[in-house]
Design a protein around this ligand. Structure first.
Ligand code: FAD
Length: 590
């Protein structure tokens, strides 16, 4: 049942679990817990319902659902020194389904080495690549692409399953003009840009077809709201969702036998009537699933964090833990755009209202056409080769291993409509480059003790100079990719940046281009990092229980100690699935 105000929730309800945040991981966990009809769960979600939000449903409209909409938390960062002091947008889903309702839908599992590194950091082998396979299988529901094209050679079926909950498919609309050139270049430059038939096998290096969290049978986004809270599940009487409910503080409800503060209560408001606050209590556990930005923010508001910070805000300290909100890692991204010799790019419909309306009608009536996909049909996962002398200087190679990427290509048949101001006549091709094993770290800290004020968000991009170096290497690499014979009649020239900045220029012009154009690819993690039991750092134990308190777990991407070299939504689903398993085992059930 989805409620829109607390007064409608039967006040006699006894909730075993209260989950703060109906996002990617939170909804996954709620689904798994409520498989047991004796467990009653309440999700508190600050955003509205996802029902009827067209911009969230249509994959090609992903760029409209944020920023600065009712479905985004509408955050910006503090000025980034290394980005010429620019503040950049920092979107997060503010809608049922959380960021899975607003993201770009790329479905990537990353490199097995990233997961093995999590197991080694947390000293818990249940987080390694082999162990998480069962959660990947529970999550993934493979579907045929919307256009039913022959997908032989575009993925390897042995790594996929149709038995899970969350739909995944290959692109359902092909752009031959670009797709064929990309694949041809993996043959022409097989050493530097090898083809990878399935980047979700655990060995992700190379260039291949992207898989997306899109249901090929409908051409619609699959989010944690449409899947784990889909009609089949939301009808469970023990699965309760309250939207418009924003948690402002966790409430201490007692002291555990071993003397820790027991945190089973949560204070929240209805976002439409914020003057009045409510409190609800979990009888078994309270779960924080508010995401990498809001989870540490709520902890700090509740007195769990760095005591110097909390005292400066006059917040009573319950647990002094300086790790809360620190260690943020995220992927910086740069758009690199070229003029293309083609009329068959995203720009065609962007400039022709009739064509755009026909495409929407096609999506609406048949679930087919160009709107069934996000913007890339291919991704590449690449490394700075060992042959590049002295690249890392005195910094240790930050990738999780030799089979893990340093940087990524996101290859798009045009400039993403609406994202860039460009001349009205040209057509484009773009390769976004991202640093996917970054060394830099940032933070999320309270700005004021007002729970409704945004925290200070600092992704710390390029604080470690080597990340900037990787980005420049990645852009030069994209230029080499497009120097292949397949592009000779196609790519006209690079689009310059502002002022004297350009990707086609010398090193200092390129560096300025990078500083002026770096954005986030929206992948922050690590602000409530897991660490071994008893470690002197970290926020949660490997079973996701918050250190120093009782009754509270964190189940979202903030627990990953390092951002994976991947688009991380699958990691959030895995965390939700694994938490369900761990909690059920702790309860002694199945
Ligand atoms: C624009 C964008 C594009 C992205 N593209 C991709 C992509 O293509 N592929 C990919 O793999 N990943 C992508 N990501 C990243 C990925 O979607 C997220 O990392 C992942 O979904 C995070 O899951 P989570 O469960 O940690 O948090 P979320 O899914 O963000 O869930 C947190 C939930 O908690 C709610 N909440 C927060 N504070 C409160 C509060 N005080 N009270 C109540 N509720 C609260 C939020 O509204 C939200 O619903 C993208 C993210 C964004 C924002």
């Amino acid at each position: 049942i989805v409620y829109t105000c607390f007064e409608d929730v039967p006040q006699s309800s006894h909730f075993d679990f209260v989950i703060v945040g109906g996002g990617t991981a939170g909804n996954t966990l709620a689904n798994r817990l409520t498989e047991n009809p004796h467990l009653n769960v309440l999700i508190l979600e600050a955003g509205p319902s996802n029902e009827g939000v067209i911009d969230s449903m249509v994959p090609f409209f992903a760029n409209r659902v944020f920023p600065f909409t009712p479905w985004d938390w509408n955050y910006t960062t503090i000025p980034q020194e290394m980005l010429n002091n620019r503040s950049i947008i920092y979107p997060r889903g503010h809608i049922l389904g959380g960021s899975s309702s607003v993201n770009f839908m790329a479905y990537t599992r990353g490199s097995s080495e990233d997961w093995d590194r999590y197991a080694s950091i947390s000293q818990d082998q249940d987080w390694n690549w082999d162990s998480i396979q069962e959660y990947i299988r529970k999550n993934e529901k493979w579907t045929e692409p919307a256009d039913h094209h022959d997908i032989t050679g575009q993925f390897d079926p042995k790594f996929h399953t149709t038995g899970g909950v969350n739909s995944v498919s290959l692109p359902g609309f092909l752009w031959e003009n670009a797709d064929e050139r990309i694949i041809q270049t993996t043959k022409d430059f097989a050493d530097e840009f090898p083809f990878n038939e399935d980047m979700n096998s655990g060995s992700h290096l190379g260039i291949g077809w992207v898989q997306n969290t899109i249901d090929g049978s409908t051409g619609r986004r699959s989010s944690s709201a449409t899947s784990y809270l889909g009609p089949h599940f939301i009808s469970r009487r023990n699965l309760n969702v309250l939207v418009n409910a924003r948690a402002t503080r966790l409430v201490k409800t007692g002291t555990s036998r071993d003397g820790k503060p027991e945190m089973l209560g949560v204070e929240f408001i209805n976002v439409n009537t914020p003057e009045k606050s409510f409190t609800v209590r979990a009888h078994k556990e309270l779960i924080l699933s508010a995401g990498t930005i809001n989870t540490p923010h709520i902890l700090q508001l509740s007195g769990i964090g760095d005591r110097h910070l909390l005292s400066s805000m006059k917040i009573p300290v319950l647990v002094d833990n300086p790790s809360v909100g620190r260690n943020l890692s995220d992927h910086p991204i740069v758009p690199n755009i070229w003029r293309a010799n083609s009329n068959n790019t995203f720009q065609a419909a962007q400039r022709n209202a009739t064509l755009a309306s026909e495409q929407f009608q096609e999506w609406h009536t048949s679930g087919k056409g160009p709107l069934v996909d996000e913007y890339a049909n291919h991704l590449g996962w690449l490394r700075v080769p060992a042959s590049v002398a002295d690249f890392w200087g005195n910094v240790e190679d930050p990738a999780a291993g030799n089979n893990t990427a340093h940087y990524e290509f996101i290859l798009c048949n045009g400039a993403i409509p609406g994202a860039f101001t460009l001349p009205s006549s040209d057509n484009y091709f773009s390769i976004f480059t991202a640093v996917v094993s970054p060394v830099s770290r940032g933070s999320v800290v309270l700005n004021t003790s007002n729970p409704l004020a945004a925290p200070l968000i600092d992704p710390g991009f390029y604080n470690e100079e080597v990340d900037l170096k990787v980005m420049k290497f990645a852009i030069r690499s994209a230029q080499r990719f497009l120097s292949g014979p397949a592009w000779s009649e196609y790519i006209i020239s690079a689009v310059d940046g502002q002022g004297d900045t350009t990707i086609a220029g010398d090193d200092s012009q390129l560096e300025q281009y990078v500083r002026e154009n770096t954005a986030t690819i929206f992948h922050p993690t690590g602000t409530s990092s897991m660490s071994p039991v008893g470690a002197g750092w970290g926020v949660v134990d490997p079973d996701l229980k918050v250190k120093g308190v009782a009754g509270l777990r964190i189940v979202d991407l903030s627990v990953l100690p390092i951002v994976p070299a991947a688009h991380p939504q699958l990691a959030a689903y895995v965390i939700g699935e694994r938490a369900g398993d761990v909690i059920k085992k702790a309860l002694g059930g199945n």
